[in-house]
Design a protein around this ligand. Structure first.
Ligand SMILES: C[S@@+](CC[C@H](N)C(=O)[O-])C[C@H]1O[C@@H](n2cnc3c(N)ncnc32)[C@H](O)[C@@H]1O
Length: 309
């Protein structure tokens, strides 16, 4: 069901698998998404993912969805999949209030049910379970990017380290795909003034060639940003779920979607991927079960247009 259409965005209401199953093949250039994490929260919408009874059932849900996504993606397209991990607590009830947002609803978590043979307190490894399943189904895994959150909330645990990262997997459909690394290169670090002339000598790259002439020194366009991205979360109190900071999809789309192409987020939420796509002059298709979230996205798009005008 179309909820909203303008020249930059198409927002569809429905179950992600159902909507994608009806979408034409090879019709989008890039997918950037963050599905509901396993067992973390109840969005209060019938048909929502994430409340499956076991990790294996969750993996099967993701697998069916990304199988359709593979069909819908262009042959030179990429998928950027953000997934967080979960601990199996097995205690029966949530042990802590939701620290990010006191108003946010936390239903009973599946993770707290005594149902699946994993010993209590285990980190489940959900992102990699999903990644392995997608590999089995034909996706090519190109990177696990660590999304490091410098401002992550402190955790009250005392017998393990606190978690300050999530996974962001980069998958391609084929071995060759659109990827504009130059567009996301970072400046080389500034020369150390104290080191004086030596620092500049180190940056003189004219001699950095092998006998065959291959360039081995720093690239003048900047350096590869690497697979650890430090990006602070930004609160978006109106949503009953964690939105990702816009800098995350901005970087994915800049590198992974050709100019003028179509970006899809099958779990659109408050439309952060859409904001990034529109900012970069790409088209956006967002799917969500809950039309109220699309309303939030539309408000954010309108604000964005106003700021740009
Ligand atoms: C983690 S949120 C996405 C947040 C988004 N990245 C943002 O920054 O706004 C996950 C979204 O998936 C939606 N959702 C859950 N189950 C779904 C399903 N079966 N089909 C489509 N959307 C679903 C939820 O309504 C929620 O908006």
């Amino acid at each position: 069901m179309i909820h909203h259409r303008d020249n930059g965005a198409l927002l569809l209401v429905g179950d992600a698998l159902e909507v994608l199953s009806a979408a034409p093949e090879k019709s989008v250039n890039c997918i950037v998404t963050s599905p509901p994490y396993f067992g973390l929260r109840d969005y209060g919408t019938p048909g929502q993912y994430g409340l499956e009874a076991t990790p294996a059932a969750y993996v099967e849900t993701m697998r069916a969805l990304f199988d359709q996504a593979l069909r819908v993606l262009a042959d030179d397209g990429t998928l950027w999949l953000n997934l967080g991990d979960s601990y199996y607590s097995g205690k029966g009830e949530p042990t802590q209030p939701d620290e990010k947002n006191a108003a946010r609803r936390m239903g009973k978590r599946v993770l707290d049910g005594p149902t699946w043979g994993l010993p209590r307190k285990n980190l489940i490894g959900i992102p990699w379970r999903v990644a392995f399943a997608l590999q089995d189904d034909g996706w090519i895994l190109r990177n696990e990017i660590i999304w490091h959150k410098p401002n992550a909330m402190p955790q009250s645990v005392t017998d393990r380290l606190s978690v300050r990262r999530e996974s962001l997997f980069l998958f391609s459909k084929k071995p060759k795909y659109w990827f504009d690394l130059n567009a996301i290169r970072e400046p080389h670090s500034a020369p150390n003034r104290k080191a004086g002339a030596n620092a500049f000598r180190a940056r003189d790259v004219s001699h950095a060639r092998t006998a065959t002439g291959a360039y081995t020194g720093p690239r003048p366009e900047g350096k590869n940003p690497g697979d650890v991205w430090s990006i602070s979360t930004r609160p978006f109190p109106r949503a009953h779920f964690a939105t990702f900071p816009v800098d995350l999809p901005l970087r994915c789309i800049t590198a992974g979607c050709k100019p003028g192409g179509i970006v899809l987020d099958p779990f659109s939420g408050a439309g952060t991927t859409g904001l990034a796509a529109r900012q970069l002059g790409r088209h956006y298709i967002g799917i969500d079960l809950n039309p109220e979230y699309h309303d939030m996205a539309m408000e954010r798009f309108a604000k964005q247009d106003k700021a740009a005008a």
